[in-house]
Design a protein around this ligand. Structure first.
Ligand code: FMN
Length: 180
């Protein structure tokens, strides 16, 4: 069983990115478990002064990241960039032991969000994450109002997501076989 941790870059109640991650959970092919990290909006502002004795919420974040075999991110674009709350979470993970080398699949709910996606890739690369291209997908949920059920039963989005999750599992299984 591979354990994925899903994190949405949007704090919005009806977020399309969060719905996309919920759809991934509902679709969840055999051999994958997906849990959601819901604490992005609760984290304190990043301050390097606090790194020596990080707040409890940050220790909990690091622990849950450490327990995941792979991360599933879905992040919107705000003002051509990464939303502040999500970047704040990443800043807390820069100097962590748990994050570097972590496999990441990037889900994206908007084909328009190209600046944020590019910025996110640069940040993740800088943080030594491993972006798994075959598990990274863009779907178009802009103004679609689709529910998680609507996404997984969509004739294009459902199979695209299934293929991406299968590819992520295959990658993680191979990685475990190689012992890295
Ligand atoms: C303050 C603000 C700034 C935004 N800036 C951009 C932008 O630069 N480019 C873009 O494609 N969409 C932009 N959007 C649209 C959001 O990315 C879009 O509404 C997206 O669906 C939000 O993600 P969510 O549904 O997961 O909350 C912006 C939205 C807001 C509220």
């Amino acid at each position: 069983m591979v354990r994925l941790l899903a994190v949405s870059g949007s704090l919005r109640q009806a977020s399309s990115n969060s719905i996309l991650l919920r759809a991934a959970e509902r679709l969840c092919p055999e051999g994958i478990s997906i849990t959601h990290y819901e604490g992005v909006g609760e984290l304190p502002h990043f301050n390097p002064d606090l790194l020596e004795d990080p707040p409890e919420t940050i220790m909990a974040l690091r622990s849950i990241i450490g327990q995941a075999d792979g991360l599933l991110f879905s992040c919107p674009e705000y003002a051509r960039g990464i939303p502040g709350a999500f970047k704040n979470m990443l800043d807390w993970l820069v100097s962590s032991e748990e994050f570097p080398g972590k496999p990441v699949a990037l889900f994206n709910a908007s084909p328009r969000a190209s600046h944020a996606q590019a910025a996110l890739r640069l940040v993740l690369d800088t943080m030594s994450a491993r972006i798994i291209e075959e598990a990274s997908i863009t779907v178009n949920l802009l103004s679609s109002q689709l529910s998680a059920e609507g996404i997984i039963t969509d004739p294009v989005m459902g199979p695209l997501m299934g293929t991406a999750l299968d590819a992520f599992k295959r990658h993680l299984d191979n990685q475990n076989l190689l012992g890295c």
